[in-house]
Design a protein around this ligand. Structure first.
Ligand SMILES: *Cc1c(COP(=O)(O)O)cnc(C)c1O
Length: 217
């Protein structure tokens, strides 16, 4: 199946970049995919998944978590502050921490629920007005605010602008992470995960290359 092919490509990209085998975490992005496709990938042994919508994830993952051991679900879509409670209940990692109001809500829920989801700060590396994410220049201040709230983000995440070479964005994200003392990098999707691995990605988010095209109906 496609999953095996993707895993081979990840291993080859790790080797080409002189990185440890297994140093890149594959997040299989299962948003809006039919249940049978997701179950096929679960049956093939994949355990780390990405979702974009709280409500959709709420409907799907509790059942699969009961049936498959060791599942971990990562939130990779925009997160409304009023969904912070559900997000902390549902997700093992949140890649889209992008504003102080959300940081406050997450900090309160993390304390209340006694959970510790892995946190990534989303960076708007292309300075795109319509796109979520902290601007590069604002990142040091944002990190300080997060830490003041008791949050300890572990990494950065980016979605490079459509139609642009993603590599300069991956490089910028890596430099920003180094400057902020963060060791995780969530970058690279179906079209560019090998380039992201060459630039140091620790987490790649691959959807359509594993599951096939998404049908938004
Ligand atoms: C949908 C999505 C992906 C997966 O995209 P593909 O091109 O299907 O691999 C990765 N990251 C984010 C943030 C997404 O929303």
């Amino acid at each position: 199946m496609e999953l095996d092919d993707i895993k081979r490509r990840i291993a080859a990209a790790e080797q080409a970049a002189g990185r440890e085998p297994g140093s890149v975490t594959l997040i299989a992005v299962s948003k809006v995919q039919p249940a049978e496709r997701v179950e096929a990938v679960l049956n093939a042994g994949q355990r780390i998944f990405g979702e974009n919508y709280v409500q959709e994830a709420q409907g799907k993952w509790p059942g699969w978590r009961d049936r498959f051991n060791g599942v971990s679900v990562h939130m990779i879509g925009p997160l409304q502050s009023n969904k912070a409670k559900a997000a902390v209940q549902l997700f093992d990692a949140i890649h889209t921490l992008d504003r102080i109001s959300l940081a406050r809500k997450l900090a309160a829920q993390i304390a209340e629920q006694g959970k510790s989801p892995q946190l990534f700060v989303q960076v708007n590396t292309g300075n795109e007005p319509q796109k979520a994410g902290v601007l590069a220049d604002d990142l040091p201040g944002f990190m300080t605010s997060c830490r003041d709230l008791g949050l300890s983000p572990r990494g950065l995440m980016c979605i490079p602008p459509e139609g642009e070479d993603p590599v300069p964005h991956f490089r910028l994200l890596r430099r920003l992470a180094e400057e902020s003392g963060l060791d995780l990098l969530s970058m690279g999707m179906s079209a560019d995960f090998e380039a992201a691995i060459a630039e140091g990605a620790t987490h790649i988010r691959v959807g359509s290359a594993i599951f096939g095209a998404r049908d938004y109906g």
